[in-house]
Each structure stands twice: as C-alpha cells, then as structure tokens.
Write a protein that binds this ligand. Structure first.
Ligand code: NIG
Ligand code: FE
Length: 412
C-alpha cells in the first residue's frame, strides 16, 4: 500500500542536486522543507511538498500524521562489525584500569579473542545475536547497515560469517551490505605468507563465486596488514568484482589512504592519526573520509580531524564501527552527538554525514541517503518539531518511527 506521511513540521531532505556526496560548504546544506508531506508509492518516494497533487489523492493510502515531528532520510550505518559472539567486557575493564587496546591484543586478547568465540559459534547463534543488534540500530533510525566478516580468519569461518550477513539481509527489514574483512588480523596458526595466500587464492575466489560480499576491507596498520599486503588483497578483490573500503590511520599513518585511493576505494575509515600528506591525498579523490568518533571515545585515542577535512573539501561520513572491542555501541545518534561536540562538525554537516555521505560510503547514494523523488522510501521520523533538537536534546532517543521502503518497521 502507498503511504502518505503528512503535516511534518520539518522535512530534512538532504537533497543532492545531482551530487554523489556533499563536501566542503555543501556539507552544511540540508534542504529543509517546513510544514510538508512525503508520498511513497511502491517503496519509492513519489512526491514531497506542501499540497498533495490531486493525482495522488487516492483512497487506498495509509496516512501517518506527523504534526509537530521532523522527518529525516533513514540513517545509514556504513561501518559495523555486528556479527560476533562472546564478550570482551573483561578486556574493557582492564582498559579502564590502565591497559591499552594494543597491549591487550599483543597478549592474545582483542580481535583474536572474538575470533575464538566466533569459530565456536553456530550460524544460528551468530544470526540470533546479530538480529537483536540490528533491531537496536533500527530503533535509533537506521534503515541501511553495513556488516563485516573478519572474526573467522580461516576460510570456513569467514564464509560462515558472510553467510550469516547475507541471511540477515534477507531476513531483517533493512538492507545489510556485506563486506569481506578476512584481512582483519593474522591468525595464530599460520605464517604471514600462508594466510595471505589463503586470502588471495581460497577465500576471495570462493566468496566471489558464492556472491557473499559487495565490499573488500583490510586493517592496514602497523602489526596488522602492511600497505603492500593491502594492495595485493585489494587488487585480487577487484579482479573478483569486490569494491574496496579500508580501515586505516587508526594508530599510525603508514600510507593506507594512498593505497586505498589508488585502488578506487569508496571510503577510508578511522583516520584518527593523519599527516598533512594524508589529508592532501584525500582532496579531490572522491573517497569518503569515514570517521568513527565512538572509537576515540571508547579507546581514549585522538579524534579524527573531521573539521580540517571538511575545510579541505573532503566529504566526511560518520559511522558507529559497532564491534566488541573498540566501539561496543550500535547507537548512531551517540555518534552524531560526538561529531558535533568533539569533532566540531555542525548539525547540518553531521546529518549529511549519516545520510547522503554514508550512502556514498556504500556506493549507493543514487538510491538512498536523501528524500528526493525516485529514491527509496527510507525515513527516520523524530518526535520533535525542529531537526536541531535531535542534537541539542542529547543522550535520549527521540525517534518516533523508522520507515523502510514505505513500510513502518519500528514504532517507539
Ligand atoms: O574497526 N580496527 C580494527 N577493527 C575494529 C576493532 C575490532 C575489534 O577490536 O574487535 C575497528 O576498530
Ligand atoms: Fe571497524
């Protein structure tokens, strides 16, 4: 059935004017409509404006009155590791008592500790845990999410994770984009070269053959995957039809950004540690700088220089990086609050960063990320008359409902 969302106090359209993403001063443009309505037909936005055209005054329409409320494009979480088992609460406690993330990883905890739990877990267990987390994301207004493998670190377990992600995409009411992150850490039972060979010649071809991933990612970092490892992995991924995205510059600047750009990556993610040459490389690259402020908060590490990047005309996205080690929260609204307070992004830049620029970080900004005719009918509706309240009144969830392809999939 068609759906008419009527009498919104504000509609934040994030309209693109034909752009793939918003950068520089355009990142502050949100295309605000006041006292307006949106009409969604067969899951797509058919019309938006003040006075419904008579051609759309049909009988068989579900009407939702949103007087006093604000409509945003559905929020997009373009970087998560939401499929995992086990808990790292004890490691968190150790960190609070003074150990660092890197020390814990060196001592055999960290990513490897989640790998142990994921290898033991059945697909059903992993899926049920992940479903609850996706449901929680939907409750914050998320209508599209990305999920990575990377806690298997062998062919069988990486495939298991990717199969779970693909089943989640089919079974959950939102779109779940699948990313292969076999290059997340080195497993303890293989040499460097053995594991790189397994990634290149077993995993990537099999994943492509089974069509289990859209993106390929790697953790390009000191003590993890070098720039040369990353390039090999990306080049092989590209040969098999995967699109690169990269974890880089979290702890050190080792050239990951330049490698990612040279491979045509849609996004580079983290960016807490940036040299001037890294920022320079991103200028005019068309690659989204995907910033993850909850990681900085949770690990107590520097925040990415988002303000500086916006000033240099680099499109900035924001995501949760939801994972059991460095950001144990699916709350994208918290990410938005931190962007404003800690990254000094303005409210409009922040909203564009979790809508249109997040869509661009998944290569789908032609289809989602803004409220424009022809685009998918994905909305996050907030119970407040002014979009600024979403950031101003912080620490609570003002979501009224989440709409996916013209269907209400969550009501507060
Ligand atoms: O994006 N940095 C690498 N990977 C994750 C953390 C994964 C973990 O600690 O389990 C991240 O922060
Ligand atoms: Fe991550």
């Amino acid at each position: 059935m068609d759906i008419l969302i009527e009498n919104a106090s504000q509609i934040v359209t994030c309209r693109t004017r034909g752009r793939k993403f918003k950068a520089g001063k355009h990142q502050s443009e949100i295309g605000l409509l006041k006292d307006a309505s949106v009409y969604i037909e067969s899951g797509r936005i058919k019309w938006l404006g003040k006075k419904l055209p008579s051609s759309l005054k049909k009988k068989n329409v579900k009407k939702i009155d949103v007087t006093g409320k604000t409509v945003l494009p559905g929020l997009i979480d373009s970087h998560t590791h939401l499929v995992f088992a086990g808990s790292r609460a004890d490691e968190y406690s150790m960190r609070i008592n003074g150990s660092t993330y890197e020390e814990i990883a060196k001592a055999g905890g960290g990513i490897i500790s989640t790998v142990k739990a994921v290898r033991k877990a059945s697909k059903e267990e992993l899926k049920n845990l992940a479903k609850k987390r996706i449901q929680s994301s939907i409750g914050f207004g998320v209508t599209t999410i990305e999920a990575k493998s990377g806690y298997g670190l062998n062919t069988v377990s990486e495939i298991k994770m990717l199969e779970v992600i693909n089943e989640l995409n089919r079974e959950m009411p939102i779109d779940v984009y699948s990313t292969f992150l076999g290059a997340h850490a080195f497993p303890k039972d293989k040499t460097h070269d053995e594991y790189i060979d397994e990634l290149l010649f077993e995993m990537i071809p099999l994943i492509a053959q089974k069509e289990l991933a859209v993106f390929i990612d790697a953790f390009c970092e000191k003590n993890y995957f070098s720039v040369s490892d990353t390039k090999k992995i990306f080049e092989q991924g590209i040969r098999f039809g995967l699109v690169p995205k990269l974890h880089t510059n979290q702890f050190y600047s080792i050239g990951g950004i330049q490698a990612a750009i040279s491979c045509g990556a849609v996004s580079v993610d983290h960016l807490e540690v940036m040299k001037p040459s890294d920022i320079k490389a991103l200028e005019n690259s068309g690659t989204i700088a995907n910033v993850l402020p909850t990681v900085s908060y949770f690990l107590d590490i520097p925040y990415a220089p988002a303000r500086k990047m916006i000033e240099k005309n680099i499109p900035v996205g924001l995501a949760t990086d939801f994972n059991p080690g460095s950001a144990m929260s699916e709350n994208i609204q918290l990410v938005m609050s931190m962007a404003v307070q800690m990254l000094k992004m303005n409210i409009e830049e922040t909203i564009n960063a979790v809508t249109i620029n997040a869509a661009a970080a998944l290569g789908v900004s032609h289809n989602i990320g803004s409220i424009e005719t022809g685009k998918q009918g994905d909305l996050a509706i907030f119970d407040t008359p002014n979009y600024k309240d979403i950031l101003y009144h912080f620490g609570i969830n003002q979501l009224f409902c989440t709409v996916k392809k013209g269907k209400v999939i969550h009501k507060a």
